[in-house]
Write a protein of this length. Structure first.
Length: 262
């Protein structure tokens, strides 16, 4: 059997990819737990995608940053920017979409969606055909809203069970996991979980330090990646500016003349 060596650094080296493969296996188990989680009426409603790879994560991070620039609230903008860094630090992202929350109402009359004692108010705010069939293709969502509601409250509770089941598996497998709103919206706008009107993104990582907690201010410019890049720059510049030719590093001993021959 070949030896499998795992180490966190350097990023995307062979040993780091071996580590990420383990996280990918954990993400698959998390997705399975979400699919098999209990749901109202026993009706399937969850679709899953697992996002991994440097290019894919970078594209998602840039989308989160684009959403951040659209936020007028400074606190929310800074939070989105910090969470974009977390996307880059993740080894994988589990995307859980609910494809029944908007157009397949449970019709239980629970009032969870709008606070009214039945589902009539939800139907009134949607485009319907033949009385009670919601047609999302005819709707023109408000671009200012990050989630196109209203959504069936019962289906959202079901989705909470799915997300909780996935997080429980992450805990049991000793991988760090964090669901984030900004990443969820960005993933949906990029077309992941295409059948769903509501998506939850769970960032997953297995690093020496949980990359999703203990975040410092202005994390977008003080992340590990930025700090390492700055140290590399300073090191190279100092070599070129502050050091002499290598032949003059060590002085001659015993009165000998330094050797300056080529």
């Amino acid at each position: 059997m070949p030896r499998i060596y795992m180490k966190e650094f350097p990023e995307y080296s062979k040993q780091d990819l071996n580590r990420k493969d383990v996280v990918l296996d954990a993400a698959k188990f998390m997705a399975t737990a979400a699919i098999t989680a209990p749901k109202g009426g026993g009706i399937d409603s969850v679709e899953c995608e697992i996002l991994t790879g440097e290019e894919e994560l970078e594209a998602l991070a840039r989308k989160v940053e684009a959403l951040a620039r659209q936020r007028k609230n400074k606190v929310q903008r800074n939070r989105f920017l910090s969470e974009a860094v977390m996307v880059r630090d993740a080894d994988a992202i589990v995307l859980l979409g609910n494809y029944r929350a908007a157009d397949t109402v449970l019709d239980a009359g629970c009032g969870l969606c709008t606070g009214k004692p039945n589902c009539v108010d939800l139907y009134a705010k949607r485009t319907t055909k033949m009385g009670a069939l919601i047609d999302l293709a005819e709707e023109d969502p408000d671009p200012e809203k990050l989630i196109n509601g209203p959504l069936c409250g019962f289906k959202i509770i079901d989705h909470g069970h799915a997300v909780s089941s996935a997080l429980m598996i992450a805990k049991r497998l000793f991988v760090d996991a964090m669901p984030l709103f900004s990443v969820s919206v960005a993933a949906q706008q990029l077309g992941y979980c295409p059948k769903s009107q509501f998506v939850v993104a769970i960032l997953v990582a297995a690093r020496n330090k949980n990359p999703f907690v203990d975040i410092i201010p202005d994390y977008s410019v003080q992340s590990m990646e930025k700090v390492v890049s700055t140290v590399r720059k300073q090191y190279m510049v100092s070599r070129m500016v502050y050091w002499y030719d290598q032949r003059s590093w060590y002085p001659a001993e015993g009165g000998e003349e330094p050797n300056t021959e080529e």
